[in-house]
Ligand binder design. Structure first.
Ligand code: NAD
Length: 454
């Protein structure tokens, strides 16, 4: 068995050795999950609901511990990390209402009765990235378990600690052995085995678009179900008739939260030309005030990047000599820090403007009118998220219908609520997570006709 050294991104020092599973161990755990499926699917709806509520309660009593673990492992600000642990609890509570409500339909037919059933799929393989280790795991395992499936979950190599702890908490809550299994390991070994092992009936993948495409190709061999949440390059569209002060005050958080390592980061700011100067003046003040500091402090608004590798990747987008409009601050000393950075490219051909950076870098570009804003916003292979700022409600509605993205907010930058759907257009993904319909992605619809004439 090989191991991986978890590094604290704030201090660049080693935290813990994590053992990585190999192919044989992965197959053994998948077999165990398959066996557990045969009993878990038959646990009565009320009992399954109770177990999920118990799991939520146990998570709730460990919020602070989980949050501190995420600060240590991922460099998330403590405020964010508490929200993230709370989100796991909330998702479990929300989907704990599902087992008793997995309704089918009774459809009128001649000479009989026709009923649909929502059947669980079997073992679900969840592959998680490093940017939001807790919520992204929960968005998969909450509805998957509620629908009667069992789960094998692979955390990202860099950030396995909270997932491992959630696995222990599930056992403490009484979730039966084999139902929820956390398998730390490499993507190329454990992740790929989820794709190739026929006992895994569905893959829930969140991560880069390139790995997502590879997984989708791999799933084709077995017509394996797959949901993908991939990258983004979301637009923050600010019209001159909006509350420019409010839009400027919110824009740093909309892109620099989690050090920009957020698939929903509004990393392109589209500002109407007539308000450009006013916006930039206010935005500069807000960026310079944005608190980049030890993420364990309650006042921190941004911490370090997750790893030395990610810091190098971000630096490649802003090589020495790049014209920078303005920058925020970063602490001196060890850790993987990159200061919030604002670029103002002349056109939309810049690599930093077009590609997902996954770091605290934003590009600001001017547009002329409504049609221009929509054209520029949609000129991207991605379509995950975005914001629209305007006091003209008709225009806000027209633009929000025209922008090709799965999660938009008007006069707000908030994208995620566990009870509303989340997912991407175009190369940002396939399928939707969260909300009332997520259970459809974890069940097969079975139709049965009963002949009443015989
Ligand atoms: P990544 O694609 O490298 O890795 C994601 C996960 O896939 C990790 O657990 C990794 O071990 C695993 N993996 C890697 N290669 C694999 C393979 N061949 N087969 C199976 N599994 C494999 O991405 P990352 O670097 O961890 O995360 C950053 C990326 O994720 C960004 O591009 C970001 O946009 C995207 N992301 C998207 C969303 C979303 O909801 N749309 C959310 C978070 C992150």
């Amino acid at each position: 068995m090989t191991s991986f050294t978890v590094i604290n991104p704030t201090t660049a020092t080693a935290v813990k050795e994590i053992e990585l599973n190999d192919l044989i161990q992965t197959d053994q755990i998948i077999n165990k999950a398959q066996k557990a499926f045969e009993t878990w699917r038959h646990v009565s709806p009320g009992d399954r609901a109770k177990l999920l509520r118990k799991f939520a309660t146990v998570v709730d009593t460990h919020i602070e511990e989980l949050a501190q673990l995420e600060v240590l492992n991922s460099g998330h600000t403590i405020g964010n990390a508490r929200w993230e642990a709370g989100n796991v609890r909330d998702v479990l509570n929300y989907y704990s209402a599902a087992p008793e409500r997995l309704f089918g339909r009774q459809i009128p037919v001649p000479n009989g009765i026709d009923i649909t059933f929502k059947e669980p799929l079997g073992v679900i393989g969840i592959i998680v990235p490093w940017n939001f280790p807790m919520p992204i795991a929960g968005w998969g395992f909450g509805p998957a378990l509620a629908a009667g499936n069992t789960v094998v979950l692979k955390p990202a190599e860099l950030t396995p600690m909270t997932a491992i702890r959630l696995g222990e908490l599930a056992k403490e809550a009484g979730i039966p052995e084999g139902v929820f299994n956390v398998i730390p390991g490499k993507g190329s070994i454990v992740g790929e085995r989820f794709v190739t092992n026929p006992l895994v009936r569905k893959i829930v993948f969140t991560g880069s678009t390139s790995v997502g495409k590879q997984i989708m190709r791999g799933c084709a061999d077995q017509v394996k179900r797959v949901t993908l949440e991939l990258g983004g390059k979301s637009a923050n569209i600010i019209f001159a008739d909006s509350d420019i002060e409010l839009a400027a005050a919110g824009a740093p958080g909309a892109v620099f939260d989690n050090a920009g390592q957020d698939c929903c980061a509004r990393s392109r700011i589209l500002i109407q030309r007539s308000a450009y100067d006013k916006f930039m003046e206010k935005f500069e003040v807000a960026v310079k005030k944005f608190r980049v500091e030890d993420p364990a402090l309650d006042t921190a608004e941004m911490g370090p990047l997750v790893s030395a590798g990610q810091l190098e990747r971000v630096k490649e987008f802003v090589p020495d000599g790049t014209p920078i409009a303005f920058q925020g601050s970063k602490p001196a000393g060890p850790g993987f820090w990159f200061a919030p950075t604002v670029l103002a490219p002349k056109d939309t051909t810049d690599r930093a403007y077009r590609e997902e950076i996954f770091g605290p870098v934003v590009s600001v570009i001017a547009f002329e009118d409504e049609a221009d804003a929509i054209r520029i916003a949609n000129d991207s292979e991605y379509g995950l998220s975005g914001s629209i700022w305007s006091r003209d409600i008709g225009k806000a509605i027209r633009v929000s219908r025209a922008v090709e993205a799965g999660n938009l907010s008007v006069n707000s930058n908030s994208s995620v609520r566990y009870w509303t759907p989340f997912g991407g257009y175009k190369q940002s993904g396939l399928g939707r997570e969260l909300g009332p319909d997520a259970l459809d992605a974890f069940t097969e619809t079975k139709n049965v006709f009963f002949d009443t004439q015989k």
